[in-house]
Ligand binder design. Structure first.
Ligand code: C2E
Ligand code: MG
Ligand code: MG
Ligand code: MG
Length: 282
């Protein structure tokens, strides 16, 4: 079958590559314009502690207000920005904007826990992310202990010594570290010992099926036990229902994030939200 379809498959593959390449070029050009014209904004999604019922963090999630196309989601452009390197200027902007916003929340006397910023491997590989962070903290006046970095497992897999050194210094400033989408990457458990992270963020693909799929339940339970065994906390992403929260509570999961507690909020709505957070009854 492979032999028979060989030529057609090849042509199809070529066409597909062309389409992908055109899309890549178009999004890349749009991204350059977006950086120049400052078309990005941040939304923030609250993170909630199940036992204390307190807000423990706000995750910064980038949004792109394209004047021609409308709102464009990170799923569409982050991987392209990682490929063409534009994630470096975009990521710098995210860090400094998030620190400025968090300083405002701090100054308004509201308890928000930390501001969590997503980081891409390219920010470590192509660039000195530590410089961006120090610059952002200094310029905003935000103390380092209010900042958390969400790392992907791919960050921990590249040039281990360089990344390890950077992360140790960042930790020493008081910055918190978490591993995003935990369970979907390839990080060996040895990395967890080596990199002193504070929190595991359990990927939403495991959380969503937890009420029906026993294997998902087993994975989530194992991640929570692993986190606690290593003195880390565990947060569940994508919590949409009370049934899921109930299970997570029983499993001893520390924190939740998801539409059940709050959708991501525009930056301008955060203070109002912190003043009157929703009351969860359980
Ligand atoms: P992530 O860091 O794992 O963020 C969680 C994603 O899940 C967000 O999607 C959020 O809006 C969505 N979400 C939260 N709660 C729920 C829920 O209850 N149900 C469902 N179905 N979804 C929920 P978003 O904002 O589209 O971001 C997608 C991904 O893009 C993020 O995944 C992150 O990997 C990346 N990203 C976003 N902002 C940045 C950024 O500033 N820098 C980098 N490098 N990546 C970013
Ligand atoms: Mg994240
Ligand atoms: Mg995640
Ligand atoms: Mg995710």
């Amino acid at each position: 079958e492979a032999k028979q379809g060989g030529r057609n498959t090849y042509r199809f593959f070529n066409q597909q590559m062309n389409i992908n390449n055109q899309k890549y070029m178009k999004v890349s050009a749009d991204l350059r314009r977006a950086i120049t014209n400052q078309e990005f904004v941040l939304h923030y999604q609250p993170q909630y502690h199940i036992l204390t019922k307190k807000i423990v963090g706000l995750e910064a999630l980038i949004r792109w207000q394209d004047p021609y196309i409308g709102m464009r989601s990170p799923a569409e452009f982050i991987s392209i920005a990682e490929e063409n390197g534009l994630i470096v200027p975009i990521g710098s902007w995210v860090i400094s904007e998030a620190c400025k916003d968090a300083k405002k929340w701090l100054d308004s006397g509201l308890d928000f826990g930390r501001v969590a910023v997503n980081c891409s491997a390219a920010q470590f590989r192509l660039h000195d992310i530590e410089q961006d962070i120090i610059f952002a903290l200094t310029h905003s006046g935000l103390p380092a202990r209010y900042l958390e970095l969400e790392l992907t497992e791919s960050i921990l897999l590249q040039k281990v010594d360089d990344v390890l050194g950077t992360l140790i210094r960042l930790k020493n400033y008081g910055i918190h570290l978490s591993i995003d989408d935990f369970g979907t990457g390839y990080s060996s458990l040895a990395y967890l010992q080596q990199f002193r992270v504070d929190k595991l963020k359990i990927d939403q693909s495991f959380i969503r099926g937890i009420t029906e799929q026993l294997d998902h339940l087993a994975i989530v339970q194992a991640i929570i036990q692993l986190a606690h065994g290593m003195n880390l906390s565990a947060i569940a992403e994508g919590v949409e229902s009370e049934a899921v929260l109930e299970i997570l509570k029983d499993l001893g999961c520390d924190e939740i994030q998801g539409y059940l507690f709050s959708r991501p909020l525009p930056a301008g709505k955060v203070i109002e939200f912190l003043q009157r957070p929703p009351v969860m009854i359980y």
